[in-house]
Each structure stands twice: as structure tokens, then as C-alpha cells.
Design a protein around this ligand. Structure first.
Ligand code: ATP
Ligand code: MG
Length: 556
């Protein structure tokens, strides 16, 4: 599909389309290059949808490459979780998972190549001195006193760095480019630093590690990546990316393109900040349903489609905008409304006794799961005693309450009969504790013969057959629209009431569903069977999102 609609709000797709049309490239190769130092978040989803999406759209391939040059911060848990997330979103990378670390030998050889060409040197300036020598945006840098070392000396020193002869921080290998460049990234950037760290892939083989800048473009070249798509903060690194490609005998000429990162209001999208929420036990883990991580969203009840549709909606531009979370919620609601099966749960039970049914009455009513889709149905036990929601019965009829159940009035029980309230009981505090009713015969699926219409349709469950379920009701994790863009600490804006746990009565079929099944609990909201804790004997559902947008939440 290479039509204009698919490329209309995605300038990267337009570039690729042109490159294919004029023969600049014959087969598109992209990559998604996460650093395995945390779980992926909704911002990464945008990058995944873009990189895998354009490859898919233009018949190319996308690699998954772990950008693993900081061993101290990385680990296998993140590597596994990231692969799960990409697959769950519905994408498949080309061939095996790749690691920048598998190119360490080649990168090391290329570092030596640069030294031999007089384009790299070992520098002994301390980090503080190096900062001073670097100058500023308005002031040129100064040459390091070590810049004029001979090729032989540099080769020997670099070999000693590799052999572990120096302490961490004692020296670095730098490219020799231009200390007066207006682009700070070209002021003799670091290529290698000493880190006596164990690496999750290469073990203890290396005690020097290449920097991101020295790794990224060359990895792209080794993989034959044609379009290396990254976020705008790398725009200033592009001349360096190109310098390496031009000055090394790389097997291909990848090109870097930058797009605007996704920022969502009421959300933080930085692995570092998300990690501190986890480490400080503000949330239960990376996949806490309040987290904007892909695994958190999955556990919350987002569907892959809802996230992919959202990424399509926001498009790909060259500016860093702020996207309203209501757009994400809209995409979610839209997908669930179209696709989620309907079922019934009563959160605030009020018992209804249908007095013209015998004790022990049991009728299995079959109810379809979806009004439009063929999702099959389930049996709903209909018995003499039911629960409806407390909010659906009132002692007196009023204008405000005209659609509901009051003495002498009728309602339809969803997928079931029409009943008429005949009386009720109250406790000492004046709360209605029980409603007495009569079933109107012959009203299963048709209106009453006497033409007295029910006032509305309410959800219900059988009091004797319903199952108790734990419902976890979530709200936004942050109370501020831009929690990490104020003068204060983003932690100060954590919503301490973002989780409440209630017990509800659910229809028995819901106790049997698989974890991660999405539902619309009719008139209540969209819920999902919790991925970790839901079990047949102990149903647990997470509130994914309410049925309608709550405008009060976005009005400041
Ligand atoms: P973070 O700041 O959350 O740690 P990162 O950019 O350091 O993010 P990486 O693992 O390096 O995380 O990101 C992998 C890819 O995802 C990169 O190409 C990066 O540009 C992209 N990416 C990260 N955050 C966003 C975002 N908010 N919107 C779009 N793309 C993003
Ligand atoms: Mg990064």
C-alpha cells in the first residue's frame, strides 16, 4: 500500500516513497534501536509503529537492534520485555534480534583505522578539563594537549586501554575533527571510554566500550539500513553520523532522518523517570496498569490496535508537539467499542426479589456478546433473586430519574424480562436494601402486551449465581498536565488516589474467561481480566477506561 493517504501525515514515508521512485534505494531497511535500560513506553510505540510500519508499507524489513553500549544500566529482563512488547504490538523483526555489541570487534577495528589515519587520539584530560577545553555554544573549544600524539603512540595507548592497563576515567579515545566547530558534537567527540563492567552479551571480553555516536551509524551501515530514523534530539549529531560514514570503510551508506518525539500530557515518557516510579514503589512494577509503558498499557487493557491506530492518528512530523492523552483514550475507546464483548457486572449491588417466580427458579438465558459482531454468546442464569445497581432504583420518580426503576414502574433487565417494582425495604439509615418486583410474562425479547413500556434497560446478575470479582479502578497517575515540565519534581504530582479496589458481582461466565480478555461491562466501563492475577477461582478485572470521556478531567 503506497497510496497518498498512508503517507499524507508521515513525512518519513514520503521520503521513502520518493527514494524508491527515483531508484535511490531498491529495498527499504529500517531498524528500531532501543537501549535495554528499561521497559518501552508509549513514545517508543510511536517509533516502533513508524519503523516497522514503513518497512511493512514499502515491502522492506525492519531490524530490532539492542543499542547496548552502557552495560551497567542494561540487563536481560529489559531485553526480554522489549521483544515481548514489539511482538505484542504485532510486529516481527527481520531475522534474529541484533545487538550493537556483536559489532564491537568491527568497531574496535574501525577505531584503529581512524587512529592510523590520524583521525583519532587517546586523550588524558580529566572529564572536568575536557569540559573546559570543549568551549561553549558561543565560544570555540581549545585543542587538547594530547591531540598531537603520534599514530604509534595512540595505537600503543589504545591497545593498553583495551588490555585493561588504565583505570576507568584515566583516558578516552577521541575523534580528531574540529575543536572550533560551531557544532559541539564535532569538537573531538569521544569514541571509546574505559568501563570495567561485565556486559550482558559480551561478558568480560571488553573493558572499553564505544559511545552511542561511534556505534549507531556504523551498526546501521553493517546491517544495510537505508533509513535510520531517530528523534529530533539527534539532529545535531547528524553531521557526526555522516562524518563516521564518510571516514570509515563502511559497507553501506545509511542516512539519518529525525522526527518529533511523542509527548503526552498527564504522562512522563522517560525511562529514567519511569524507573524511579518503579524503584520508589510508587507503582507495583514496570507493568503496573497506570504506567505508560507498553506492558503497563497492555495490562491496563489497551489493545495493540488501539495503540497502532493512535500512532496513525498523530502522524509523523518534524516537530516535538504535546499530544493530549484524550486522543489516546479516544483511540482506545473506539477500538474497544467496536470489538470488545459486552458483559455484566454490578458494582453496588441492590437485591431485587421477583416475587412471582418460585424459590429455586433457574432459567439459562442466552445472551450475545456483541450487538454487531459475531462473538458468540453465553448463558446467563436468571433466578428469583437478582442484583441490580443501587443507582438504578429510587423510591420516587423524578424528572432527573425518569429512565429508572421506581415503585409501580417497569424496567427491562438487559437480555431478559421486563419487571415491575412493587415495594422495597429500607435500613435504619434510610437506605434501600431490597426491592420487590414482579416479572411481566411474555416479555423476553418483546415489549409487554399491555403496552406499558419499561422506563429503561438496566444491567443485573443473578444473586445466587454471580461470582465475586476484584475490580481495580485506575485513574491518571499524575495530577498535573505536564508533570515533568514544571520547576518542581515530577514526583510531587503523583496522584495518590490513582488506584482503588472494589468488589463487584459479575456474571458467572466472566469467572471463566482467559486473562487479558477485554470486556465492556455494560453501563460501567471497559475492563480487562488482569494479566497477572486473574484466575477462574478469583476473577480480577482492571478498569481500562470509562465509557465516555470525562471532560472534567481535562478542564483545569
Ligand atoms: P528515554 O528517554 O525514554 O530513555 P530513549 O530515546 O533514551 O528514551 P531508546 O531506547 O534510546 O530510548 O529509544 C529507542 C528508539 O525510540 C529511539 O530511536 C528513540 O528515538 C525512540 N524514542 C524514544 N522515546 C520516544 C518518544 N517519546 N517518541 C518517539 N520516539 C521515541
Ligand atoms: Mg537513548
Amino acid at each position: 500500500m503506497t497510496d497518498s493517504i498512508a503517507t499524507s501525515h508521515n513525512f518519513i514515508a514520503k521520503i521513502i516513497q520518493e527514494d524508491l521512485a527515483n531508484g535511490k534505494v531498491t529495498r527499504v531497511v529500517t531498524r528500531f534501536p532501543p537501549e535495554p535500560n528499561g521497559y518501552l513506553h508509549v513514545g517508543h510505540a510511536k517509533s516502533i509503529c513508524l519503523n516497522f510500519g514503513v518497512a511493512e508499507q514499502f515491502g522492506g524489513v525492519c531490524n530490532l537492534r539492542f543499542d547496548d553500549t552502557n552495560p551497567e544500566k542494561e540487563n536481560q529482563e529489559y531485553i526480554d520485555a522489549i521483544q515481548d512488547d514489539v511482538r505484542w504490538l504485532g510486529f516481527q523483526w527481520d531475522g534474529d534480534v541484533r545487538y550493537a555489541s556483536s559489532y564491537f570487534d568491527q568497531l574496535h577495528a574501525w577505531a584503529i583505522h581512524l587512529i592510523k589515519e590520524g583521525k583519532a587520539y587517546v586523550c588524558d584530560l580529566s572529564p572536568e578539563q575536557a569540559r573546559e577545553y570543549r568551549g561553549s555554544l558561543t565560544e570555540a573549544g581549545k585543542d587538547s594537549p594530547f591531540r598531537s600524539r603520534s599514530v604509534e603512540e595512540n595505537l600503543a595507548l589504545f591497545e593498553r586501554m583495551r588490555a585493561g592497563k588504565f583505570d576507568e576515567g584515566a583516558c578516552v579515545l577521541r575523534a580528531r575533527i574540529d575543536m572550533a566547530s560551531p557544532n559541539m558534537n564535532l569538537r573531538d567527540p569521544i569514541l571509546y571510554r574505559i568501563r570495567k563492567a561485565h556486559h550482558h552479551q559480551t561478558g568480560d571480553k571488553w573493558c572499553i566500550y564505544p559511545t552511542y555516536d561511534f556505534t549507531h551509524g556504523q551498526s546501521d551501515a553493517l546491517e544495510g539500513v537505508t533509513h535510520s530514523v531517530c528523534t529530533l534530539e539527534f539532529e545535531d549529531h547528524k553531521p557526526l553520523y555522516e562524518w563516521f560514514i564518510a571516514n570509515l570503510p563502511v559497507p553501506a551508506q545509511p542516512k539519518q532522518y529525525e522526527f518529533g518525539r511523542l509527548n503526552l500530557d498527564y504522562t512522563v515518557t522517560s525511562k529514567r523517570k519511569l524507573k524511579s516510579l518503579v524503584d520508589n514503589h510508587v507503582v507495583s512494577g514496570w507493568d503496573d496498569p497506570r504506567m505508560p509503558t507498553i506492558s503497563g498499557m497492555r495490562r491496563r487493557g489497551f489493545t495493540p490496535n488501539s495503540i497502532r491506530n493512535f500512532c496513525d492518528m498523530i502522524g509523523v512530523t518534524r516537530s516535538d508537539g504535546m499530544v493530549e492523552i484524550s486522543m489516546l483514550e479516544h483511540a482506545l475507546r473506539d477500538d474497544l467499542n467496536k470489538n470488545a464483548p459486552r458483559a455484566m457486572a454490578v458494582l453496588n449491588p441492590l437485591k431485587v426479589v421477583i416475587e412471582n417466580l418460585p424459590e429455586g427458579h433457574l432459567e439459562q438465558l442466552n445472551a450475545e456478546y456483541h450487538p454487531d459482531l459475531d462473538l458468540g454468546g453465553r448463558d446467563m442464569p436468571f433466578t428469583r433473586e437478582l442484583y441490580i445497581d443501587q443507582a438504578d432504583f429510587k423510591e420516587e420518580y423524578s424528572k432527573k430519574f425518569k429512565k429508572k426503576f421506581t415503585p409501580g414502574n417497569r424496567i427491562r433487565l438487559r437480555h431478559s424480562y421486563v419487571i415491575e417494582a412493587t415495594g422495597y425495604e429500607k435500613d435504619d439509615a434510610g437506605n434501600v436494601t431490597l426491592v420487590r418486583a414482579n416479572l411481566i410474562e411474555g416479555t423476553l425479547g418483546t415489549d409487554p402486551a399491555d403496552d406499558i413500556k419499561p422506563k429503561g434497560v438496566v444491567h443485573w446478575v443473578s444473586a445466587s449465581h454471580a461470582v465475586e470479582a476484584e475490580l481495580r479502578l485506575y485513574e491518571r497517575l499524575f495530577t498535573h498536565q505536564t508533570p515533568d515540565k514544571t520547576d518542581g519534581d515530577f514526583m510531587d504530582f503523583v496522584n495518590t488516589d490513582s488506584l482503588s479496589v472494589v468488589t463487584a458481582w459479575v456474571e458467572p461466565a466472566l469467572a471463566q474467561v482467559a486473562a487479558e480478555s477485554n470486556f465492556q461491562f455494560e453501563r460501567e466501563g471497559y475492563y480487562v481480566a488482569d494479566r497477572r492475577d486473574h484466575a477462574a477461582g478469583k476473577p480480577v478485572f482492571n478498569l481500562t477506561i470509562g465509557l465516555r470521556e470525562d471532560k472534567s478531567l481535562t478542564q483545569d
